[in-house]
Design a protein around this ligand. Sequence first.
Ligand code: HEM
Length: 447
Amino acid sequence: MIPPKPPARADRVSLFTYMRLFRQDILSAQPARLYRAWMAEFRTPFFRSYMCNDPALIDLVLTGRPADFPKSDRVGEGLRPLLGRSVFVTNGEEWKRQRRIIDPAFEGGRMRDAFPAMVDAARAAVARMPSGSVEVEEAASHAAADVIFRTLFSIPIEDALATAVFREFRDHQRTQPILNLGAFLPLPRWFPRLHRRRTRSTAARIRALITELTARRAAEIAGGIAPDDLATKIMTTADPVTGERFATGEMVDQVAIFFLAGHETSASALAWGLYLLATHPQVQERVAAEASLLPQTPAFSDLSKLKFTRDVFREVLRLYPPVPMMVRQNTKPETFRGRAVAPGAQIVLSPWHLHRHERMWANPDGFDPDRWQTEAGRASARDAYMPFSAGPRVCTGAGFAMAEGVLLLALLVRDLRFGADRDRAPVPVAHLTVRARDGIWLRITRR
Ligand code: HEM
């Protein structure tokens, strides 16, 4: 069974139709040829954009000369009410300094320390999961938010402040289109888009709550009673170059992005993962068998026993990359595949298309976790797999997310059986992450 893929649009459509499709869903707004092309140019009256699938171009933009391809200010603009000047939207020296302070908190050793909190969240997710017909995106969001709160602030999602943040984020997402990928395009100012009043006010409420959490933690650090978690680590780390630490306001920006980037994405991957397991029962049984070998409360070192589950999670991220597209802007004249690209163009990198590229993957749309143990599969991945981006701007939470995703899939499937409802196949659409248009409904029974 081929997992759901959005329908492609006709090759040629008017700009108006394109814009309309784009605002509905960026994935189905694209023509099928992008799954075969090395590069595609889009001309609109407002901007030019170049989607690059050629591995050499992707490497140039993300790894070779990333400073020449920053995130554009317009990209940041839509997210600013919520994210302020967080590491996700900044560039240049400001961004470098932020990464120097944040990165140590996500190193391997720290992940080992954060792991017990992830296990607690996973076990709580298993206990909370109802039986019967269940919408699992919502359940996955709940679980992923719990992971973030427990690892970052040592509080479970049931904590009053954590619950309030989680609720406000959900409200915020309903105030679309700020969390729509359309927000990433430099459309003219009259184009109906961002900063609706309601979006601004939910952003302000979220930031007020996060400020409370962060200020509380700053006081605990000052009093020498702070728990040893990711928030404490980040707030006590001095920049090795300047010696400065994050002020409370700056930390609020970073917490907002950890929460957004860390819980939306992981929730998307987990929900699609459960769907793929539900539709591939034999694969699900192999995951269950592997998970049954874990101790009741797994330790970080037990992750190495979950080899097949890890390949499953990799394959989930290939077919449904939670961040389907990334946008950069070129600052200098460039020549891409023989074509001149004037400064200021939008350079679009699309994990969605790359991961399903017909010239780079065998059986590109099929769910085949075993490909990850083949030489051909690994070779494809070297050229055409980047769920966490690449280069210096690679996702800070990549290691964290791999540990979390593999652990949650394993523990959920160890105790629960997921079945698909044939009449309710989910339709993938891109909001800020890849979601299902009407949710993902599965039948759940206890094993
Ligand atoms: C399956 C889960 C995840 C996926 C697929 C994912 C994917 C990505 C991608 C593709 C980017 C690059 C975006 C761009 O350059 O436009 C990114 C950036 C980022 N991610 Fe993740 N992410 C995941 C989980 C997490 C988690 C758990 C955290 C933190 C707790 C996190 C924190 C960040 C941050 C801070 C950035 C910005 C990095 C920078 O610009 O320097 N992510 N993520």
